[in-house]
Design a binder for this molecule. Structure first.
Ligand SMILES: Cc1cc2nc3c(=O)[nH]c(=O)nc-3n(C[C@H](O)[C@H](O)[C@H](O)COP(=O)(O)OP(=O)(O)OC[C@H]3O[C@@H](n4cnc5c(N)ncnc54)[C@H](O)[C@@H]3O)c2cc1C
Length: 391
């Protein structure tokens, strides 16, 4: 059965993008969900990554000249569409797709020609798995306080430190690693490197989080990388991290919207199937209104996400406001919608393995990673203060 496109479809997206959404969702439903389900908990599912690549989704993240299938870098709208459509069918497929982009974009955008040629075609083909390694045990939201150190050693660098809560660790083939090259603390003095997962001195272990996708710790124990592993300029690596995170920020919201859409659709069907007090659940006004409220919140979250994505692609103003609003509003709203869906299903939704039980666990983490909701509000608050007090 062809999966539905959300109703109402956002007017700003148009018919071609609606077809793209349905195409990706169909692929997620008919092919990827089963491949994802066969994976091992907390480990990278390599079959899933190759399947995402073989069906053209991962190549669509990268330019043709680097083994991808697009003219240029991926647009924020395409990223959001694919993430939303995949999330509605398989959250594991969604995160596997997104991480190939998040992990590899620092290399694509800031790596030298040889480094890009070494990694991007492999990542695009799904043969190499990428990871983005910024967070440390002692620095999360305050990422600029990181302490992993890179010191010069002959014609290269030696990296020592621990990164934690890293998606795709410890199984990734390449890590975009952010390490301190000067100063004691703060974003200045951070540099970015591409580190192969099989380099001597790289170790790690999986973590078992409430989020069902693979996340782990990775340690660098005097790992040597050549000068060509540097991404961008020395001491300017924080900017590399922020550029990638800015491109992906609205799409974290899209991931959340996709999960909320799946929860909403399940509830739409269930309130007619389930009978109580002599009629369908939908006949109870409280239930019908809760469903209406879920639909309105879902629509508003989706509009915020695509507004930010369209603005990013067009280079419009108020990007920080739009992207932070999209991420904050969509992830918080999705949590509420999934919670309402669980409520309207009752106990059955809490059974281990029920789609809503899975969504209930998966929807929580995006409110924390890639800038917690509170941090996004802080960004918005600063933007508002700038507007109110120009100069
Ligand atoms: C499933 C999952 C996957 C992840 N994947 C990756 C990855 O691939 N790569 C990576 O580098 N990291 C990853 N992370 C880590 C993630 O980015 C961090 O968890 C996040 O940055 C928050 O850091 P923290 O958990 O240390 O919380 P802390 O920084 O300790 O913050 C705790 C809380 O304090 C509040 N807070 C902190 N600072 C502020 C502020 N300035 N204003 C207002 N409130 C504030 C917020 O409520 C915040 O949630 C992942 C995390 C999870 C859960």
């Amino acid at each position: 059965m062809t999966p539905p496109a959300p109703l109402p479809w956002p007017a700003m997206l148009g018919e071609e993008r609606r077809r793209r959404y349905v195409e990706v969702r169909t692929l997620g439903r008919e092919v990827l969900a089963a491949v994802a389900a066969a994976g091992e908990e907390a480990r990278v599912n390599r079959l899933l990554v190759t399947s995402l690549a073989d069906h053209g989704l991962v190549p669509a993240l990268f330019p043709e000249r680097h083994g991808g299938s697009r003219q240029s870098e991926v647009s924020a709208v395409e990223l959001c569409l694919v993430r939303e459509a995949l999330a509605a069918e398989s959250t594991e497929a969604e995160t596997a797709f997104a991480m190939q982009g998040l992990g590899a974009y620092p290399i694509l955008q800031s790596g030298g020609d040889e480094l890009v040629a070494r990694w991007i075609p492999e990542v695009a083909a799904g043969r190499a798995v990428a990871a983005f390694a910024l967070t440390e045990p002692g620095s999360g939201s305050d990422a600029g306080a990181l302490s992993t150190a890179a010191v010069r050693d002959g014609d290269g660098w030696r990296i020592t430190g621990t990164k934690t809560w890293i998606s795709n660790a410890p199984d990734a083939d390449v890590y975009s690693v952010f390490a301190r090259t000067s100063g004691d603390t703060g974003p200045q003095g951070v540099s970015a490197f591409a580190v192969p997962g099989d380099a001597q001195g790289v170790t790690g272990e999986p973590l078992h989080l409430l989020a069902p996708h693979p996340v782990g710790t990775v340690r660098f124990d005097g790992v040597f990388v050549g000068e060509d592993a540097l991404l961008g300029e020395v001491d300017r690596g924080f900017r590399v991290a922020m550029e990638t995170l800015a491109r992906f920020r609205p799409s974290v919201g899209a991931f959340a919207v996709g999960m909320a859409q799946a929860a909403f659709e399940a509830t739409q069907a269930y309130v007619d199937e389930r009978h109580a007090f002599g009629g369908a659940l939908r006949d109870l006004q409280v239930v019908a209104h809760k469903l209406a409220s879920m639909a309105v919140r879902l629509h508003s979250a989706r509009l915020t996400v695509y507004d930010a994505a369209v603005a990013f692609d067009r280079g419009e103003d108020r990007l920080a406001f739009r992207s932070s609003a999209a991420k904050q509003h969509a992830t918080e709203t999705a949590q509420g919608i999934v919670d309402d869906a669980v409520q309207l299903h009752g106990a059955v939704a809490l059974e281990r393995g029920h789609p809503l039980e899975h969504l209930y666990r998966e929807v929580r983490a995006p409110r924390i990673y890639e800038g917690a909701s509170d941090v996004q509000l802080e960004v918005i608050a600063r933007e508002l203060a700038k507007e109110a007090r120009p100069g």
